[in-house]
Design a protein around this ligand. Sequence first.
Ligand SMILES: Cc1ncc(COP(=O)(O)O)c(C=O)c1O
Length: 446
Amino acid sequence: MTSATQPLGTPNNLEAFWMPFTANRSFKQNPRMIARAEGMFYYTPEGKPVMDGTAGLWCCNAGHARKPIIQAIQAQAEELDFAPSFQFGHPKVFAAAARIASLAPGDLDHVFFAGSGSEAADTALKIALAYWNVTGKGSKTRLIGRERGYHGVGFGGISVGGMVNNRKFFGSLLAGTDHLPHTYDREKQAFSKGEPDYGAHFADDLDRIVALHDGSTIAAVIVEPMAGSTGGLPAPKGYLKRLRELCDKHGILLIFDEVITGFGRLGYAFAAERYGVIPDMITFAKGVTSGTVPMGGVIVRKHIYDAFMNGPDNAIELFHGYTYSGHPLAAAACLATLDVYREEGLFERAREMEPAWADALMTLKGEPNVVDIRQVGIVGAIDLAPRADGVGKRAFEAMDRLFREEGLMVRTAADTIAFSPPLIITESQIGELVDKLRRGIRAVAA
Ligand SMILES: Cc1ncc(COP(=O)(O)O)c(C=O)c1O
């Protein structure tokens, strides 16, 4: 395609950009291009609306182009474009930390900033290791994740993560990790609304892991309260409580990776609140700025922060941080985003909307090839039976058709279609989204 035939705003040459987690050749032959966004919708370069069924990448919880957030970012860029967070500070990052801490349950009251969810996950794992060092238990070095878990793409995150393709190309990863079993059993859980009744016992596998390695070698367990990237697996009822009890029993830190579940996705500021379980650390990113400026971080309990506050006053307590930890634009975006969430009651709105969302999704039961539908908070996932000629082909075709023909953005993982729209979605838009999905699923029936 020459530049003369391309709509305004379309890059002339798609080749240079090596796209992440993308089938590059297929995309570049027939791109799915997005030029603009507002509220619940994206717009293609030709101006065609595409309903945002995924809040971007699970991040734009307040919807797109929200004026107060845009204005805060613009004003911040003019006032203070960058300031280091190493040995210096700027007021908004302290305010952002205090606001985030005030939303977290229990004594989760100190915030370490990073630039993304991957950095947040690796930061939490490093804090866990360092915590045991500074408290005189340096033999506790093992990190336990879970099959089908996703904690970003850093070496720490992929080592405790459990998504095979994210691990198998990257060598020996971190030494000293182990994995709990995932919590999904289709036979016993299919078409559950919310948390499935079956599966709390999957947490008990931690006893087996401890019996193998001994608690004195284990630093932390990290899990997502709802496994998002693997296809939306809600925690079974009672599972997270059981995991907390077992971590307490064996003296192991528990980390909730709330990069997706934080900031309203499950109807609360954090899923920890929904489940009445207080982990030792919570990782966050995405919704903290409604996706507008990259930001991630870790909230830690008081005893963890306090354990580091020893030694001479001029000594650095934790040798860790990123150039962009607490970037001024991110801090300003965070404060404005949290204002929008509060003023519009978006977390409560998500909670109130959940039954209607669940009912609407379950109407897709019985459509061709639908073998399971899962839902929790404002998250949905539909498993399609794979085609005989390859795993993932049916869902990929559905995603592509939904974008081009129905004007709906969804995500896929193998043959799962996942969606997590902005929390501003209305009941009539839920109906519209489900109608589009129904047509998309029927279109790939063959
Ligand atoms: C639970 C979880 N942790 C970590 C990450 C990584 O975040 P990022 O892509 O910002 O590095 C993600 C991203 O989807 C996630 O879902």
